[in-house]
Design a protein. Sequence first.
Length: 414
Amino acid sequence: MLDHILNEYRDFNPSFYRDNEDYSPISEPVSPEPIQQFSKKSTVKEMLKLRRQQMNSDPNFTSGKCDVFPNISSPQMACLTPPMTPNPAEQYPVSPPETVYSPPTPEKAPMTLFHWQIQQEAKRLEMMPPELVNRQDPDGDTYLHLAVAQGRRALSYVLAAKMAELGTLEIKEHNGQTALQVAAVSNQHLILQDLLTHGAQINTMDMWWRSPLHVCAERGYYQCLQGIHKVLKESGQTFDIEKINYDGLTPLHLAVLSHNAAVKQMRQLENPCEFRIRELERKKNSCMESIRTLMLMGASILTKEMKSGRNCLHMACEEANMDLLYLFLCQRSYRSFINIRTYSGNTALHIACSLPNTKHQVEAVKLLMRKGADPRARNFENDFPSQLMQDGTVSEKARNLFFFINCATAEILT
């Protein structure tokens, strides 16, 4: 397009204006000399330079370099202006804002089946009058006695709570047993713990002069004993672990005798069936757990029964019960009771030597002498332990053992 304009200027003829009279221009034509000069020396660089000169000479033209804040600005340019720097003290306060701590709300524990049963029984017995709660049948049983015997724990719990409020939780039936003793006889260890929680007394005796501890120890109800120990330890209720029954035996004595009976029955079986062996093994293990629990509750091995003055070690030696001998002689204080005498002056070694010929006799004698039993102790009939041995092969082995021990002792003394 630039070349076209220049060509038009090159074809310009000034004589046309002079010869043509009819043509009257509005203004005088521009002299073609500058145009010719521009056309000769025109370059892109010169044209840009000329354009810049015209722009600088225009008073209405404003340069972006001269004005720091231009007067003419568009909204788009206003958006590009940098924001003001905020005050750091206002943006970041020196002291943090006080916030009130709200602890998380604890989740509601799901209701167990036992608690649901308690709610249902409580609704049923809500309007039960006190006279009906304490009513006894011809045998002296209350509703609580019957519920405990049937193993209905939720009903027993609600009735025990009502009777505890009325102060009649220790009502006895015709055998002199409270609801707690019925729970011990029927091996209801959970109900037994509930009754103790409501305030039932553990030292109550029945007509046979047995406490719940005696019943559980004799029958090997170790779960009941563990439940009693747990509740009494938490509640702080006092109890007499050394209380004797009508025969002068403590609960620990009864547990030892029950364990001896199970061991004796297992040794006497000639052709035992598998079921009978499992049953006796279960009884022996339950009695062992009862003994351990009673010792944990504070029962003493040194306590003597009232008839012949035997303690638990003497009773274990009567059956050469190796399980109990290992248990008792592994105590730290075994040296203080290994040579204790009965009312007849017999030590545990006297009792072990007087046993009939059994294969466990030699093991019991060896264990006792290894733990410090005195082979030269005399009873009130002036007999040594070796003099009480019966004739037989097993007793002869034990007698030879005494002979070697006596010889070694004599050499040490000389």
